[in-house]
Design a binder for this molecule. Sequence first.
Ligand code: UDP
Length: 448
Amino acid sequence: MEQRKGQRLVLFPFPFQGHINPIIQLGNILHSKGFSITIICTNFNSPNPSNYPDFDFHFINENLSEDEKCNPNIVALIQLINVRCAQPLRDCLAELLSNVSKEPIACLISDFACHFTQAVADELKLKRIVMRTGGATSSSAYAAFPLLREKGYLPLQDSQLEKLVVELAPLRVKDLPLHDSCAPDEYYQLVDDMVNMTRTSSGFILNSFEDLEQPALATLRQEFGIPVFPIGPFHKRFPASLSSLLTQDQSCISWLDKQGPRSVVYVSFGSLTAVYEMELLEIAWGLTNSKQPFLWVVRPGSTINSDWLEAMPKGFLEALDERGCIVMWAPQQEVLAHPAIGAFWTHNGWNSTLESICEGVPMICMPFFMDQRVNARYVTEVWGVGVQLEKRERGMIERVIKGVMMEEEGEEIRGRALILKEKATQCLHEGGSSYQSLDSLVSHISSP
Ligand code: UDP
């Protein structure tokens, strides 16, 4: 632990699991560098403060109804949070700034998705640094939206989905970070707001590392003209289990202990996605027909119109025996580090992608929306550490699983994944790129 710096940082997470984990990890990292940490969070989806005795917590009311919180249109929810949290956050920050009994606040660190925080920080004359919980490549794709509109790639046209986006190769139109369930203009406005409010901030922190995303990081430095700090992978410094909003079922670890090395397919599609009942059936049959052991996270509510396992095919649960294990929520980082895991069938949320890379686990990519599509394309085409599942159909699922788990293709992927794992480890060591970038971030925060 470094000497205390006599400076306080205020962190404001976006209230979703994939955003809370990294920002809490960032709090731990900066606390270990000598800063005091205050977390302001919404009452909705707040982490448990008793897990963080070193942090000072404050809660604001996000003013959302129960219906609004459950809105499957995530983009609409992001916009609402940006509107409804502005006044409560401003009031809370103003009160903290007026409290002279505590260390002075050096800056506000807030999520890329919370673009409203820039105006709040400006009004209070507070430095804001943006924390991006996604990767650099997807961030630079967001920054390219005006160009994509100008060149006619956007708005999306069905006839163009397979077309290469020359300016962002190897992304195709269908890999762009879009969301199908909202109006294009509403979405472009959100993206423009997030990007423009980052440009006017005083720095950009990413949970990534130079060896992984060097070209995109260079683009961001040029595009944004602010210091960019890739200091990840965060969870290799501080794991995320304590900030889990759902209880992680540890029983799957003892189940994994009984499986052979690299024999299990781990299946999880993160905290927000949902599949149709038909897709659930295809997944279940694909897993069964692959004849590989599997650990499957079926989050309650992750099948549309079903509470939990009601929509599973007849006889599937009864026939699971020892070959399959289903849990509501897993200790994912522990699972991925387990020697029994042979592949990760993932939705390619950035945290899941990075956690898989850090353990050298080959991925089967099935992105749903936004940056997941960019991440999946990079996993398969640039880093070569996974394959894309093009159709949610049992025959294809079976073939892809067998290919990754049992065939030469899988061995080659595993070889590349282990090399990338090594790079993800090295960058955190003294002299490594993320180690150095963290030192630069600390100096940047401390400078007036
Ligand atoms: N996670 C977990 N248990 C699970 C599934 C996911 O702890 O059963 C964690 C995972 O380790 C990751 C986060 O939840 O840190 C999901 O973030 P990601 O960016 O991958 O996806 P999102 O949920 O934001 O779509």
